[in-house]
Write a protein that binds this ligand. Structure first.
Ligand code: MG
Length: 374
């Protein structure tokens, strides 16, 4: 029996300053983005770190998640054995609905402790490194398209080969113009993908997507609203390019619906949607059994959430379409890791140290903290 005990959880509501504007089908980001950082302490001196990366138009708010962790999850976890991750997560699930980002933060902090205690990286706890690096997909989402074009050109020179173009936030004509420019100015070997973030209306979605197919995207993500599942199914049937579900699949139950309803060919898996790595891997398993390949999505994530995502993708074979693990490097102005995520020749490298395999810069957390609870 382990004598290890959790002695406390501190929660910081943070505001990440951003280097660039982002525009997506459902919402714009400018200036800064709220987030939550969690620190779980133990009687052995081992500390686990976690991060919640909510987006109010997508999953929820940082304020609600910070309160959910502080008021509802902390009392269940303090005094408990941190090695009992599934037991603790089940108790949390029974105590509070929703708040998937807060649950993901607590679960990754617990896994960080377990890994550090056993001297193993989280990827090893999940079954081992099926891959040690993950191809990077960078999103073209800046309302200043010229700025994005310059970024894309510089990244191609650095070895990045996957770009996801955010569409559906202005006009169809403008989307086609942006795609045309990218195809004409980036090497022909670049893997272009398109993400509508629910930005199309079902009545003319198929016509618009047929135009977009001319630019040979590898896939088209979430063309219509998350609950418009019949439209998703009709589009998947009508369009040759594979359709990816993102907002339509948050939970394993929704993944089963995706398979039954044939609403997509591919799925985007994010620990912030599912409520942590274990549930994200349930979705990956359902997809795998149905022959659906997966992609590693993110929200606007700092280095801790990205490290957790990297360990998950490393250990989950069918999340094989790359991942967008770039926000802590390219979008956030402040880095909370002393050991930033390594991007090398178009891939993110999976950390190899114990736990999440990253070291945290607490001074930088204090710099972006707007409220601290413990
Ligand atoms: Mg998406």
């Amino acid at each position: 029996m382990s004598e290890l005990r959790i002695t406390g959880i501190s929660v910081d509501l943070v505001r990440w300053p951003l280097k660039m504007k982002r525009r997506h089908g459902v919402g714009d980001i400018e200036g800064s983005m709220p987030g939550v950082i969690v620190k779980i302490s133990t009687n052995a001196g081992i500390v686990g770190w976690g991060e919640a990366s909510p987006w109010s138009v997508f999953t929820g708010t940082a304020e609600a998640n910070a309160s959910a962790i502080h008021l509802y999850m902390r009392p269940l976890v303090v005094g408990a054995d941190p090695l009992k991750v599934s037991t603790l997560m089940r108790q949390i699930e029974k105590t509070i609905v929703g708040h998937t980002e807060g649950k993901a933060a607590v679960e990754m902090a617990l896994l960080d402790i377990v890994g550090k205690h056993l001297g193993l990286p989280v990827a090893q706890l999940l079954g081992g490194y099926y891959r040690s690096e993950v191809p990077l997909s960078v999103s073209i989402a800046n309302p200043d398209f010229e700025e994005d074009c310059n970024l894309a050109k510089a990244l191609v020179a650095d070895g990045v080969n996957i770009f996801k173009v955010k569409t559906g936030f202005s006009t169809h004509k403008e989307d086609l113009r942006r795609l045309e420019w990218l195809r004409a100015n980036l090497p022909a070997t670049v893997d272009l993908r398109v993400d509508y973030n629910q930005g199309l209306d079902p009545w003319n979605a198929i016509r618009h997507l047929k135009d977009v197919e001319a630019f040979r995207p590898t896939f088209i993500e979430q063309p219509v609203k998350r609950e418009q599942r019949a439209a998703m199914a009709a589009i998947t049937k009508a369009i040759d390019t594979p359709i990816m579900a993102d907002e339509s699949v948050f939970t394993p139950a929704e993944a089963i619906d995706m398979v039954r309803g044939e609403i997509a060919d591919l799925v985007s898996i994010k620990i912030m949607k599912s409520g942590g790595i274990a549930r994200a891997r349930e979705i990956a398993a359902i997809a795998e059994a149905a022959g659906i390949t997966a992609y590693g999505g993110t929200m606007f994530e700092g280095g801790l959430a990205i490290a957790a995502g990297l360990h998950m993708v490393a250990a989950t074979p069918n999340i094989s379409l790359g991942a967008e693990f770039y926000t802590s490097t390219f979008v956030m102005e402040v880095e909370v890791l002393k050991t930033p995520i390594v991007i090398d020749n178009g891939s993110t490298r999976v950390p190899t140290g114990a736990g999440l395999g990253v070291e945290v810069d607490e001074d930088n957390i204090r710099r972006i903290s707007t409220a601290h609870f413990e």
